[in-house]
Design a protein around this ligand. Structure first.
Ligand code: TIU
Length: 221
């Protein structure tokens, strides 16, 4: 079994029961004019990781690992959007409002799509999620159980919001979680660093962390 050098100690990966989960690499978070930008964020930091995420996805596919993609988005009638989430803060646009890439964070709109460089293959699982965590109000847990998945490698955005939330959900459900540190990003450099430290502290209290190349080398792809 591949042994991946990681913080705070080695992560032994069983490819047959491990999946790569790529969180919310959607145009709405990484391109100008989307939800992330509407919250006042500089999206260029997130766009910069796209080639690294692409290499990780390609390596996972070549290793024969299951690849899962998530999208944070809501039904067109917004019936799965809590008022508390719709009204939070004072963004330039609210979820569901028309923007340059269609209605913000609404399923089926161009902005809710995964960036073309990271497009899922037809047979890959795509989870649409109304919350920050990918297990909340989705079929993810049931699908992973059916497939016998026990380990998850994480990439995507943003590190301290949807990635960390999903890692914590997964950790509590019994999955071993490894974060690819250069295939994730935050709008705030210091939040990313803090999230990685929180995850790996106390003997991998939430999970492990290591760069993409270290994962790909261990997988021999
Ligand atoms: N705002 C922010 O940092 N993140 C989100 O709203 N969603 C995800 O992280 N996907």
């Amino acid at each position: 079994m591949p042994v991946i050098t990681a913080e705070p100690f080695d992560f032994t990966c069983d490819i047959d029961t491990c999946a790569l989960i790529v969180i919310d690499m959607q145009r709405d978070f990484v391109e100008p004019g989307g939800f992330g930008a509407s919250l006042g964020n500089d999206v260029s930091r997130l766009m910069a990781i796209v080639p690294t995420v692409a290499r990780l996805i390609d390596g996972a596919r070549r290793a024969g690992m299951m690849v899962i993609h998530t999208r944070e988005c809501h039904r067109p009638d917004l019936s799965d959007l809590p008022e508390a989430k719709r009204l939070r803060g004072s963004p330039s646009l609210r979820i569901g409002d028309p923007g340059p890439m269609g209605r913000l964070l609404v399923a089926g709109e161009p902005g809710a799509d995964i960036v073309p460089e990271l497009a899922p293959l037809p047979q890959e699982l795509v989870i649409d999620k109304p919350g920050k965590g990918a297990f909340y109000a989705t079929e993810l847990g049931a699908v992973l159980s059916r497939r016998g998945i026990r380990q998850l490698i994480f990439a995507g955005v943003t590190t301290e919001v949807c990635v960390q939330t999903t890692m914590r959900e997964a950790n509590d459900r019994g999955y071993d979680c490894l974060l690819a540190t250069d295939a994730t990003e935050s709008y705030f450099a210091e939040f990313k660093d803090a999230a990685v430290r929180m995850i790996t502290a106390q003997g991998a209290i939430v999970g492990w962390a290591t760069p993409t190349n270290t994962i790909l080398e261990a997988l021999n792809v």
